[in-house]
Design a protein. Sequence first.
Length: 450
Amino acid sequence: MRNLLHGAPFYERLVTVIWRMVLLCCLCQFAHVSLAAHVRVLLEQAGSQLTVAMIGSHRGYVDVDARLVDMRAAMSNLPTSNQSDITTLSASAPISLPPHTDPTQPTTQQPTANDATNALAQAAPRFTTAFSLDWQLQAHAGYLYSETARLGRTLTLVSDSGMVYWQGQAYRGNLHLVATFEGILVINVLPLEDYLRGVIAEEMFANWHIEALKAQAVAARTYVLNTLDPHAPFDICATFECQQYGGITAEHPRSDAAVAATQGMVVTYNGGFARTYYHADSGGYTASSTEVWGETANYLIGTPDTVTTTPHRRWQHTINAEQVTASLQRYGYDVDTVQGLRILETSASGRVSKLEVNANPTIQLAGPQLHNLLREWGFKSTKFTMTSAVSATGDGWGHGVGMSQYGAKALAENDYTFQQILMFYYPNTQLQILPDTTYATAHTATQSRH
């Protein structure tokens, strides 16, 4: 490049230098995220007691608050399993403990929650066993206990098979348990691309056009990368509130193929991850992020959607007055029985933006609170009209921001590539590939919405 530029006019050299600087800045945004990224998925916010079962050989790591002597005490106090196919871990089981650890002192190395397989393996105390595990755990005052032995604030279990089980479901990666003052967080830690295999067929029908599935894979990958936060106990939940995640049982060959075909591809805006919200059906017109959440983004704008046939058009809904009253009271409104609803304002995309609740006293709702309450009351979207005080008819399903999944299906069936689909729903953005390098940490400030 230097030889090509030598002797070139000054403005040409200046343009080239600026172009290089812009490219370098974009690449720097991804310096901390790669194909090796791990995702921490909250499977359940359990109560203060639970049973952990691990089948086959596995390893375990506890956090820096635990002591080696506590681990030995915990293993000697484990109850006997009634299941013939599971051998309970006990003091007589072949347990390998790190010889360099002082049993009287807590460890000083803090494990990294985003990479339980490698980083946590360097922390002690830890154990390995070829036996299966059926372990009764309790949480008290922010610590995990087995019987009376304190294990620490966290416990990570790593199966040699690469699979862990929770509530009868199989998951790739590790099982990470975190004690809180409210109970125990059950978290599945696994590689980014493996996580997506358990998401795509849960969010979109696996028999849909492959280009639509690819678009879904890129949107879901970008969405979760926007939620990674090393300072939080987990990155994303496993329900529709974030992205629906079903583990190994949710995987499908066609959605797996879509993940593999788009490996590492993300949607970017100004050198950072775009907020790739998506929904089932826009009702014919997508919503802007401004009108739904008050967040302005130049690529999340309201626009006419492609023509498509979906089961979410011309739906009808009748509110349950007692349910509406109870939900308003939970939100702090002191009202009597609701008599009906009245639309006061609609947005540019035809969605209800201000609603009056006929009760004593009368209430006016708007913004994110309106969106959340309408979903609680059973409305499929905010794109509706009232046909009576308690009945409505509407179009679409979901918040309407970003990519319409039924719209993506229609575009794919009309020969759009997944790249074209993504640019249709996220205009002014770019597609980039994550580097295949060692994962460190990623932190982007955004709120999870779905």
